[in-house]
Design a protein around this ligand. Structure first.
Ligand code: BMP
Length: 457
């Protein structure tokens, strides 16, 4: 493990407050030109364009990842010039996706570290002995970092590589790497990596052009999102990076802030609790008091609003589920300028005998809002009540998914669950920031994993 690399990453991020690593893969092939002087001119032009791009993105991006296409095209001397020109602004990761025998890996790594890369990426699949080990020991000698690639983002990765994710993660961790590369297009893998190694640093590619939304990998537990074409090929890369940063902050970073604020205000507790569903749980989330903490309440309701805006869903009304879903839903509805109604816990014993308080017109689409979901029992009751009144329900939204079958049970009724964070993600943040002990963290994660898929009562 390289303290220097991790410190460099932390120092630069503190200055930029950006969780973006730029993947630098400009389309460029000097070998399509036949004359050596033309090739050289093309190389110098590209190197200059890259230098100005990096000058433009200073402060917006924390790291730069350079892969083989640019290294082949420019040669390592020009890559060294690029690194030296912005050495103070970024940490530089080389991405050769190394996968050879240790001796050859070592020969490659020595050159890459000598030209100034701070870390490099190696396939965990190559194994430790006679594979990763020589790179890790060389990196230790040279005070550089090594990142283990444990899964990939493209669809074919699920044919073989990603099936072995847990083993690869374990190999990379045992080899003593400084961090993992885990794809944003398979966010559950990011969450399992963070569950298993909560203090590790995770870099997630596949955001933007490959389909994962900006901030989604951070929300799943990654520390950095690796973004290439969405920034480098935008007409104005700096303006696009600024927009993306805003989107990331609205989703990914606000989740961390919410998790810490929940812990600070004792809205998450560990111990022995009986849930509304009757299940026992080693942790409890109580969001009923959140409106009493103005800053926390604003963070939570703003996160609902930001997520709904980024998903671009259309609906006519918002329905809050009693108890905690009522104040949250009411404020979200107010912020989105939508009419609000709510679902009672028990039918009224007099008057209308209805579970619903508020107006629904037949055919209205209603978004249901609650604080958390376990098996989905309360949400299913709310869905039924709204449908009985002629309303249409396609989406239900919660802050925390306790991962105990809620999403699956709702899906069976044709409703998609949108959750801002999973309980595992919440626990990772609490553990990472010292709000819960390692024993409690492991106990809760074990409970979540064992109780996954529980059925609605
Ligand atoms: P883009 O955002 O343009 O899709 O770029 C993604 C970058 O991340 C590329 O440099 C690619 O090599 C890298 N990458 C990836 O896309 N998926 C992976 O699984 C691993 C990667 O390193």
């Amino acid at each position: 493990m390289s303290k220097t690399f991790l410190k460099l990453v932390a120092d630069i991020t503190k200055r930029t407050d950006s969780r973006i690593v730029l993947a630098l893969d400009p389309p460029f092939n000097p070998y399509s030109l036949k004359k050596p002087e033309e090739r050289q001119r093309e190389r110098l032009n590209t190197a200059n364009r890259v230098k100005s791009l990096l000058a433009e993105l200073d402060g917006l991006v924390s790291g730069v990842k350079i892969g083989l296409p640019l290294i082949f095209g420019l040669g390592l001397d020009l890559v060294e010039e690029i690194i030296n020109a912005s050495r103070k602004s970024y940490f530089f990761i080389c991405d050769p996706k190394m996968a050879d025998i240790g001796h050859i890996n070592g020969l490659e790594a020595a050159q890459l570290f000598d030209v100034g890369f701070d870390a490099l990426i190696i396939h965990a699949a190559v194994g430790i002995k006679g594979g990763i080990d020589e790179v890790v020991s060389l990196a230790e000698e040279m005070d550089k970092g090594v990142l283990g690639l444990c899964a990939m983002s493209h669809p074919g990765a699920s044919e073989h590589l990603n099936k072995h994710f847990n083993e690869l993660l374990e190999i990379a961790a045992r080899a003593g790497v400084d961090g993992f590369v885990v794809p944003a297009t398979y966010p559950h893998l990011i969450t399992s990596a963070k569950n298993a190694y909560p203090s590790s640093i995770i870099f997630a590619p596949g955001v933007g052009t490959q389909g994962a939304s900006f901030g989604s990998a951070l929300a799943a537990g990654a520390d950095y999102e690796i973004i290439g074409r969405s920034i480098s090929q935008a007409p104005s890369p700096a303006a696009r990076a600024r927009e993306i940063l805003r989107e990331i902050k609205e989703t990914g970073v606000s989740i961390q802030k919410i998790a810490l604020a929940l812990a600070k205000h004792h809205c998450v507790m560990v111990g022995e609790f009986k849930l509304t569903s009757g299940l026992m749980s080693p942790y409890y989330i109580d969001l009923r008091a959140t409106p009493s903490h103005q800053e926390l309440f604003d963070l939570i309701t703003s996160a609902y609003v930001a997520e709904l805006k980024s998903l671009g869903l259309s609906f006519d009304r918002i329905a809050g589920v009693a108890t905690a879903g009522v104040p949250i839903g009411a404020l979200v509805a107010y912020k989105l300028q939508k009419p609000f109604l709510y679902i009672r816990r028990e039918e009224r014993t007099h008057g209308t005998k209805s579970l619903i308080e508020g107006v629904i017109n037949p055919g209205d689409t209603v978004l249901i809002v609650d604080d958390a979901v376990t098996t989905g029992g309360s949400l299913l009751k709310a869905i039924e009540a709204i449908r009985e009144r002629g309303g249409r329900v396609e989406y239900a939204m919660v802050l925390v998914d306790r991962e105990q079958g809620g999403a699956q049970n709702l899906a069976q009724k044709g409703v998609k669950l949108i959750s801002l964070m999973t309980a595992s993600r919440l626990m990772q943040e609490l553990y990472r920031h010292g709000f819960i002990s390692k024993e409690d963290y492991e106990k809760v994660i074990r409970y979540i994993q064992e109780s996954k898929g529980a059925q609605a009562p």
